[in-house]
Design a binder for this molecule. Structure first.
Ligand SMILES: NC(=O)c1ccc[n+]([C@@H]2O[C@H](COP(=O)([O-])OP(=O)(O)OC[C@H]3O[C@@H](n4cnc5c(N)ncnc54)[C@H](O)[C@@H]3O)[C@@H](O)[C@H]2O)c1
Length: 440
């Protein structure tokens, strides 16, 4: 059986949501401050130019499932779920303008005051994490005199549609993300999405708010990256299409979750060197590639953050686990761990360092020369005894994969653990005064 929905904001997101919900059998009331848009919707005409919208709005008009009004009060009275789809434009500073959101939820709150039955308010507008809980909920409570979670519920449900294919994206999204303070508040919203394909993620409100921004930022990074790669190819006289076809066909390392888990900085013998060479060649060609050129400075900043996280503890004795740039190798070239240890030594910290793979390499002679000639001061801090290294510090820095039980066996309750590599939660040792990450 269909539900009764009101949709606030008859712009791109709101009118598509309204028309699609009516198309799958729900009773929908569109609300807008623009009487022109309301008249169009009420008359069966789409207020936006978008594929399939004319057909769907006309269909909603014919079936009697799609209505429109300028009255927030009428819309709230005649619906059980309200979607907020008003604009959240940029201010001159880049700050998000939340005035439309604030105004509309104030109006919804006033209307809720007149209502006896439970109501669910679902925010769809893109908002900075925290907005729903710090602006939307208090504004609704203040205007209605009711309590969120008791008399009404608030959820966050981002929209992933693209203009140009918005109806198709609404009906076949990559997934549906539903954020709520309590999962039971999502029951009626989940009902609504039964006809929509793809997985449903039930999560907290701030996670749902953030996912929307991360998706858009990632799309923007991908476009910027592709355009810079293309520009460089063109200037080098290399076939852009052929390069793109090949590198995007790699779904193991390129178009995949690989390298997308927040953790420590990159290093090693390839990434820094190859990024530098590309940037250098681009400069020779007088081609600016700000995205590619920003990656190494971003990586250095990440090492700074890691150093800061240790210095903030105000402890001087540091047990450092991991020296090579990634687990399973003894390669120390451009290792961010080496860089970080040098910084900490410069700040007057006393370090003991352990790395199983580097010690093996040293025994085999493969990295002995590097340690003895390039970083002798760090070589002298290396120990093969994990327990001795862990017990020597007030702060234990995990910068490589390490056996959880072995580490837990020698960790003291008073020690602070800083995990740079973001070990899987099942692989984290339990002991320690606190367990912190730098970007998680
Ligand atoms: N456009 C997209 O493709 C897209 C996709 C996903 C998310 N979003 C996000 O969704 C939100 C809406 O975007 P949009 O492009 O649909 O905006 P829009 O500017 O096209 O539409 C907003 C509508 O809200 C109406 N409105 C403003 N105050 C109102 C009030 N108090 N009561 C009722 N109606 C009111 C406006 O008159 C307007 O018609 C934004 O936060 C945006 O970032 C947009």
């Amino acid at each position: 059986m269909g539900l009764s929905i009101s949709v606030f904001g008859m712009g791109y997101v709101g009118s598509v949501s309204a028309a699609c919900f009516a198309h799958v059998g729900h009773k929908v009331i569109g609300v807008d401050v623009s009487s022109h848009k309301v008249e169009m919707m009420a008359g069966g005409r789409s207020p936006i130019v978008e594929a399939r919208m004319s057909e769907l709005v006309e269909e909603g008009h014919r079936t009697g499932l799609l209505h429109a009004t300028t009255s927030a009060e009428d819309a709230i009275r005649d619906s059980e779920i309200s979607f907020v789809c008003v604009g959240t434009p940029s201010m001159r500073s880049g700050k998000l303008d939340l005035s439309y959101v604030e105004r509309v939820v104030h109006e919804i709150g006033l209307a809720l005051k007149q209502k006896k039955s439970f109501h669910v308010v679902v925010l769809r507008s893109t908002v900075i994490p925290g907005t729903t809980e710090t602006l939307v909920v208090p504004t609704l409570e203040k205007a209605s005199g009711l309590r969120a979670g008791v008399d009404f519920a608030v959820c966050y449900n981002p929209e992933f549609m693209r203009e140009g294919s918005a109806v198709a994206d609404f009906l076949q999204p990559p997934y549906t993300v539903l954020g709520a303070q309590e999962q039971r508040h999502l029951e009626p919203v989940k009902q609504l999405y039964k006809t929509v394909s793809g997985p449903v993620f039930e999560t907290t409100i701030p996670v749902a708010e953030m996912v929307k921004y991360v998706c858009n930022a990632f799309h923007a990074v991908k476009i910027g990256f592709a355009n810079e790669v293309g520009t460089l190819c063109k200037n080098l006289g290399v076939d852009t299409e052929a390069v793109t076809k090949i590198y995007t066909s790699d779904t193991k390392l390129n178009i995949s979750p690989a390298y997308l888990s927040p953790g420590f900085a990159f290093g090693g013998s390839c990434l820094p060197k190859d990024l530098r060479a590309l940037s250098h060649r681009a400069k020779e060609l007088d081609v600016q590639l700000p995205l590619l050129e920003s990656i190494l400075p971003s990586n250095l900043l990440h090492i700074d953050r890691a150093v800061e996280s240790v210095l903030r503890t105000n402890k001087k004795k540091i047990s450092f686990l991991g020296l090579s740039f990634k687990p399973g190798t003894d390669d120390l070239r451009e290792s961010p761990q080496v860089h970080m240890i040098k910084r900490l030594l410069g700040e007057g910290c006393q370090l003991r360092v352990w790395d199983r793979d580097v010690l093996l390499g040293r025994l085999a002679g493969s990295n002995r020369q590097y340690i003895e000639e390039v970083i002798p001061h760090i070589g002298s801090l290396l120990s093969a005894d994990l327990e001795e290294v862990v017990r020597s510090g007030e702060v234990v820095v995990i910068a490589t994969k390490v056996d959880k039980d072995q580490l837990a066996a020698c960790l003291g309750q008073e020690q602070i653990v800083i995990d740079l590599v973001n070990l899987a939660s099942a692989a984290r040792p339990r002991a320690g005064a606190s367990y912190q990450g730098i970007c998680w």
